[in-house]
Design a protein around this ligand. Structure first.
Ligand code: HDE
Length: 695
């Protein structure tokens, strides 16, 4: 067999872009940089390994192949044990109101200055390649590159945590992760080991009820609140301490998905939240949060009906209002996912002077864990030299050597004190980080839990009773769904007992949905208090009526009216929404003969991806779609998810008539553009009980 390979000029061989012979589209040379090895040697052929003859064995000598494959073999690093799936973005922090009275930290006293930051959002339980929309807590970690060192606010999208003491963290995580013998379920809390552990650990009740709420299935990363959770301290010039809790409040308000939507989105677009973050930044529609603080003194804290050092307790905003003092804007998507989003290393122990820790035992455990985890994940104590982790202020220390040392320290001394090199770094008592001079009790050393941490039911009760009726139904249904996946009867029964302590009616709803009897409630370890309700913990209640950040899907096809499409597109965009054109095929010819390209084919873009839908199609198209389940689901799901629908006569005649869609005020004809736009800003929750059997 004759080979037609040109050994001297592989550029003339197969074209890597087309897979056919002929000239490649790109030639290295003046415009395109040379491809080289890691050592800078220019590569002559990136298509073929070195062989002893065209059909002969490959040669060990091929350093180009070996370097390429060896690097590839090592391209993965251990993923985070929790929060493995994350999406990040660059941006800035800007202070609008100084906290000079409370702290010396420049980031909280210098107003009007933009300080760079990197934020990473994450799910907790799933692996790195898992979906974006499981029922889960979301990580909300912000690294601010302040002029006094990096400040990492490593928080979540819920203001409390499942456990009170770091000692329980590995147990908690092992319980929620895939069960060790069978290796499933992935990214899900709906299984026996999770509910077994939490039902034996009443301190988890508060975070559990948040987990059953719509906050656990956010519509967008841009529509989540963020919380530092633990109390921290601010320290002022006089050394006086004030407690603080940190808050991020999204400009777009808080919005969740319905559970049915979340389940379907995970199949339609597992990157739903990540894509939304990317697309909003690409469109210049920058995600933004207000930054707020709850400030309180030790004396005030003593009067709270809970212990603020207990991370399972929130401080109701009605009790200590959130003072807005700044903002965060995310305006740049990472250039490289691995280098930035994957390699970013957050540690709650990263703080500038003027901010300090509290004695929250969960926080204290975290201060140890994160540095340790970075060592195993990033493989070297030099992880702070990776660009995304390096401070942007001057830094100097005597730490040397180790894997992947990127710096070349100069001079003779790397120790202190020393007298040989006068310009080497020294500690600075005046500017340096000082811990708060806290007076400690002469307690007895022991493995103890404070009695003030004993109340596990009052705040979950407050949370449930603060919700709207729709939200309560979602919570009860979520409990029923999750417990319905639990095979072990005594685990379900034990959990129902806890629900009685939270709220009798909630327990009854869940028991009814499961077809179970209510057991006796466990004896609480502290009296359950009926705390005042707090509207600030709602989700639907905090969803503003707006189209900002929302997406409208417009279904078109052959012969659709350009004028009508443009009318809806214009109105939606004017109200702040983004628009995607969906069609049976990738391209269509409109009424006046122009060919348009659809953003999506209907088979690949179910209506769960949109906040409201419009249908502008001709009778022929509608007749065809009436026999296509993806089109029928498009309308049916939009209806079942309480969304606004605008329909044309052909859609009404051939499609809607086939479906159990009852026309209500959110199902409107095409001429009612303004009405549709108004409806699309929210959902018709009153429709929900008609289309779904909620618990
Ligand atoms: Fe984390 N947590 N955590 N956690 N956590 C990690 O650090 C840990 C806790 C949070 O986007 C790990 O770099 C312990 C509370 C976020 O990179 C690890 C305890 C809160 C992220 C770790 C907690 C969080 C992490 C895994 C109990 C909210 C992702 C990878 C004592 C305030 C940060 C890593 C990112 C990540 C340990 C509890 C938030 C193993 C031991 C409470 C947002 O170090």
């Amino acid at each position: 067999m004759k080979d037609n390979i040109n050994h001297n000029d592989p550029a003339k061989d197969m074209n890597p872009q087309t897979g056919k012979g002929g000239e490649p589209q790109y030639q290295a040379g003046q415009d395109v940089p040379n491809l080289t090895t890691q050592q800078g040697v220019v590569i002559s052929d990136n298509q073929n390994s070195l062989k002893a003859g065209p059909r002969g064995p490959a040669l060990l000598e091929d350093f180009v192949l070996r370097e390429k494959i060896t690097h590839f073999d090592h391209e993965r690093i251990p993923e985070r044990i929790v929060h493995a799936r994350g999406s990040g973005a660059h941006g800035y922090f800007e202070l609008t109101e100084s906290l000079e009275e409370y702290t010396t930290a420049k980031i909280l006293t210098e107003t009007g200055k933009q300080t760079p930051l990197f934020t990473r959002f994450s799910t907790v339980a799933g692996n790195k390649g898992s979906k974006d929309t499981p029922r889960d807590v979301r990580g909300f970690a912000v690294k601010i590159y302040t002029s006094e060192g990096n400040w990492d606010i490593v928080g979540n999208n819920m203001p409390i945590f499942f456990i009170q003491d770091a000692m329980k963290f590995p147990d908690f995580v092992h319980a929620v992760k895939p069960e060790p013998d069978r290796g499933f379920p992935q990214a899900a809390s709906a299984h026996d080991t999770f509910w077994d552990f939490v039902s034996l650990t009443p301190e988890t009740m508060h975070n559990l009820i948040w987990l059953m709420s719509d906050r656990a299935i956010p519509r967008s990363l841009r529509m989540m609140e963020g919380f530092g959770i633990h109390s921290y301290r601010l320290i002022n010039k006089e050394g006086k301490s004030t407690f603080v809790r940190f808050h991020w409040k999204p400009k777009l308000g808080v919005q969740g998905l319905t559970w049915d939507e979340a389940v379907k989105i995970s199949g339609a677009d597992p990157d739903y939240n990540r894509r939304d973050l990317f697309e909003s930044i690409e469109a210049g529609d920058y995600p933004e949060w207000e930054f707020g603080v709850q400030l309180f003194t030790e004396e005030e804290a003593e009067k709270f009906p809970f212990d603020h050092l207990d991370a399972t307790k929130l401080i109701p905003e009605e009790l200590v209002p959130v003072k807005i003092i700044g903002k965060m804007v995310l305006n740049r998507y990472p250039d490289n996912f691995f280098a930035e989003t994957e390699q970013v290393a957050f540690c709650p122990s990263h703080l500038p002077p003027g901010i300090d820790f509290s004695n929250d035992p969960l926080l204290q455990g975290r201060l140890f864990s994160y540095l340790d985890t970075q060592l195993s994940r990033l493989g070297s104590p030099n992880f702070a030299q990776i660009p995304i982790n390096a401070p942007k202020c001057p830094f100097a220390h005597n730490q040397q050597d180790g894997h992947m040392q990127m710096q070349v320290p100069k001079g003779r001394t790397l120790y202190e004190p020393q007298s040989l090199e006068p310009n080497k770094p020294r500690a600075n008592y005046k500017q340096g980080f000082k811990s708060y001079d806290e007076q400690l009790d002469d307690g007895v050393k022991g493995r103890v839990r404070a009695e003030s941490f004993a109340d596990h039911y009052s705040q979950p009760r407050m949370f449930y009773r603060s919700q709207t009726a729709t939200e309560q139904a979602h919570i009860a249904s979520a409990f029923a769904f999750e417990l319905g996946k639990v095979d072990t009867a005594h685990v379900r029964t034990r959990m129902l007992g806890h629900l009685i302590n939270i709220d009798q009616e909630l327990a009854e709803r869940v028991a009814k949905a499961l077809g179970m009897e209510l057991p006796e409630a466990p004896k609480p370890s502290a009296p359950i208090q009926d705390l005042p309700t707090s509207p600030a913990v709602q989700t639907i209640g905090l969803s503003p009526k707006t189209l900002k950040g929302r997406q409208i899907g417009i279904l078109i096809g052959e012969g659709s009216s350009r004028e009508q499409i443009e009318k809806f597109e214009k109105a939606a965009k004017a109200a702040g929404a983004s628009v995607k054109i969906v069609a049976p095929s990738k391209e269509a010819v409109l009424d006046e003969g122009t060919r348009v390209q659809a953003d999506e084919r209907i088979a690949g873009a179910p209506s769960v991806l949109f906040d409201a839908v419009v249908s502008i199609i001709m009778p022929d198209v509608a007749k065809k779609l009436a026999n296509d389940s993806s089109a029928l689901d498009w309308f049916n799901d939009a209806f079942n998810h309480c969304k606004a629908i605008a329909y044309c006569p052909a859609t009404e005649k051939h499609i809607l008539s086939k479906l159990p869609i009852e026309k209500d005020e959110f199902v409107t004809p095409l001429d009612a553009v303004d009405e549709f736009i108004e409806n699309a800003k929210t959902r018709l929750w009153e429709r929900e009980p008609k289309v779904r059997d909620l618990a």
